[in-house]
Design a protein around this ligand. Structure first.
Ligand code: MN
Length: 287
């Protein structure tokens, strides 16, 4: 199943070129009071929401996908986990370009040595909200990444068990301000994490390690690879992350970007595509 959030927080079930507005399926989510949970309640209750959505879909309004404003399919992740340099050819390009590594060894070590980083959850938007660039005196780069969305709470899981905890996948953009500071600062600006256009449930993608992914800027292909070239695959990333902290329903792992990162500027239009998920268009503006 493919779930999107669109417009003014509507829940959509994507069917071909149309979407069924199944927002009332959110009513199966148990009511909450203060202090509200700090994880995503839609994803935590995905099985129940999906069951209700299936019941009501055939009588729900059908709307063309074209022209919809897509929000992030996950509204409230407790964290966004990043994978630094998780493709060998991207590691090679960073090593060879001081504009990318700023002579900081932390910027060009392999992921095994470097570990993972966190992005502020306040950086998250959907493709319809666009990217608002800051620090225009510096280089800002696009990174297209497969995003895995955690479905069930997990702590210290093995890579063999890891995929059982995944709710689904989406296209992720991990935008980056270049510079000497830590990644968490440079990648956490508002709108610097884009998730969309919808979440494809994990049953439709049994092997996340075999998906073509690409990104075009103003119609020009800049990155074009396959997730089989990831150094650590989705199961290994979940094992790695959950060895250090609990992963909660709705947590997002952006799994690293292949070679071909390049600058973006206000006025650009980005189209990112991942096999078995789809495509999303994102407009770039100045903050
Ligand atoms: Mn990245």
């Amino acid at each position: 199943m493919r779930f999107c959030r669109f417009g003014d927080n509507r829940l959509g079930l994507v069917e071909g070129a149309n979407v069924r507005d199944v927002t009332t399926a959110f009513e199966v989510i148990p009511r909450q009071g203060y202090p509200f949970p700090t994880h995503d309640l839609f994803i935590e209750n995905l099985d129940e929401v999906a069951a209700r959505a299936r019941e009501i879909a055939s009588s729900a309004p059908s709307i063309p996908l074209a022209g919809l404003k897509f929000l992030s399919p996950v509204a409230n992740p407790s964290k966004v986990v990043g994978a630094p340099i998780n493709y060998q050819k991207h590691l090679d390009e960073v090593k060879s370009n001081a504009e990318l590594h700023h002579n900081n060894e932390q910027h060009f070590a392999a992921i095994h040595k470097m570990g993972l980083f966190l992005k502020a959850s306040s950086s998250l938007v959907g493709p319809g909200e666009g990217i608002a660039l800051r620090k225009l005196d510096r280089r800002n780069d696009h990174e297209v990444e497969l995003a895995a969305i955690i479905g069930k709470r997990c702590d210290r899981v093995s890579k063999e068990d890891a995929l059982k905890y995944v709710a689904g996948y989406a296209i992720g953009l991990d935008l980056t301000i270049r510079g000497p500071e830590e990644r968490s600062l440079r990648k956490s600006s508002d709108t610097y994490t884009v998730l969309g256009p919808w979440m494809v449930t994990a049953d439709e993608i049994p092997n996340p390690g075999q998906l073509d992914l690409k990104i075009a800027v103003n119609g020009e292909i800049r990155q074009n690879s396959n997730t089989r070239y990831m150094i650590l695959g989705v199961p290994e990333l979940i094992e790695f992350a959950s060895a250090f902290y609990t992963l909660n329903p709705g947590d997002i792992i952006v799994t690293g970007t292949p070679e071909g990162v390049s600058p973006i500027e206000p006025g650009d239009t980005i189209v990112a595509t991942i096999e078995k998920i789809g495509s999303m268009e994102v407009k770039v503006r100045a903050a």
